[in-house]
Design a protein around this ligand. Structure first.
Ligand SMILES: Nc1ncnc2c1ncn2[C@@H]1O[C@H](COP(=O)(O)OP(=O)(O)OP(=O)(O)O)[C@@H](O)[C@H]1O
Length: 307
């Protein structure tokens, strides 16, 4: 069923309306390639958890089609479920089980035969071997997060989904967690990450989709998304009324904001502010005032989610 060209995840026209009438997802289409490190970003309430809970089989979709590793979640729910491991946002454990027991129970739930279980290997990979027999309640927050990653991997799924895994986790532990996830990714695991930290997504993800009010507003390779941050905006006030917008190859976009005010967008890797102003002066315009702004990835994000 699953060849190397089958997407790890294929979502087509996915919609979710909750019982109260809230439309949490609306016409979402996405593909995650096998082996990709994919980021799913969006402000609070955008619909990320709803999407992930549909993948996890915890929320039923209202419409659309979802394939996980080539398995339709309606027609082949068991194979779809076996193909994905989910690290949830909330840390929830039975405090009386040890990490090793927690992993064994989870493997049992997935029907992994005793001889094929990887509990010790996963504990070692998550640097939890010395805590294997401690009560889970005695683990630090970072250790609990790592145990959640181990739990998500007990059935060796080809896809790992991390839902806000570093919210409230301090920087050092975040780095450690990412080292493990990067190792998994290097070994071929497809990783999907939701995060509020743009910097984290920028460093780790090959492709980023941004979701807002239940709709996909961007879905691009990270580098391409970042190149939008090459866009610089300058508002120039000139010394006479303008009847039309001057055109110039220096400008990406020009908007007449008032009779004497031009909002110009240009690519800062191609031209500089001096060249932009010189182009206006060559048109015979005198410059009265200039206001510039430097965007970053956060601006790109905000400009997309404010629409
Ligand atoms: N069980 C539910 N019943 C009704 N509405 C819900 C339910 N779960 C989520 N919602 C609503 O659906 C919308 C999307 O919520 P969702 O949790 O998917 O967003 P999110 O992007 O994951 O946000 P966050 O980053 O805060 O977790 C929100 O308006 C939320 O209030």
């Amino acid at each position: 069923m699953t060849s190397s060209s089958t997407p790890a995840i294929r979502i087509e026209d996915l919609g979710k309306t909750y019982a109260g009438g809230k439309r949490a997802l609306d016409g979402v289409s996405l593909e995650v390639k096998q082996g990709e490190f994919f980021g799913l970003l969006g402000p609070n309430g955008a619909g990320k958890s709803t999407l992930i809970n549909i993948l996890a089989g915890l929320v039923t979709k209202s419409e659309g089609k979802v394939d996980i590793w080539g398995f339709d979640i309606d027609q082949h729910p068991r194979n779809a479920k076996l193909s994905i491991g989910i690290v949830p946002q909330e840390i929830l454990f039975d405090p009386f089980f040890t990490p090793r027991e927690a992993l064994e129970i989870q493997a049992g739930l997935y029907g992994v035969p005793k001889g094929e279980r990887r509990s010790d290997e996963l504990l070692a990979a998550m640097r939890l071997t010395d805590k294997a027999h401690a009560y889970s309640r005695t683990l630090s927050g970072g250790m609990k997060r790592r145990l959640l990653v181990a739990k998500a991997m007990v059935h060796s799924p080809p896809i790992l989904v991390l839902d806000e895994p570093t919210a409230g986790v301090d920087i050092e532990l975040r780095q450690q967690l990412w080292e493990y996830v990067k190792e998994l990714h290097a070994s071929g695991v497809t990783v999907i990450l939701t995060t509020h930290y743009l910097e984290e997504a920028e460093q780790l993800c090959e492709r980023i989709a941004i979701i807002n009010h239940g709709k996909v507003v961007a879905n691009e390779p990270t580098r391409q998304l970042l190149s939008r941050a090459q866009e610089k905006n300058v508002v120039v006030t000139v010394d006479r009324d303008l009847s039309e917008v001057p055109a110039n190859i220096c400008f990406d976009k020009v908007v007449l904001e008032g009779e004497r005010s031009l909002a110009i967008t240009y690519q800062k890797d191609k031209v500089n502010a001096g060249e932009v102003l010189a182009a206006l002066q060559r048109d015979g315009l005198g410059i009265v005032d200039v206001v510039t702004r430097e965007p970053d990835l956060e601006d790109v994000f905000l400009s997309l989610v404010r629409r």
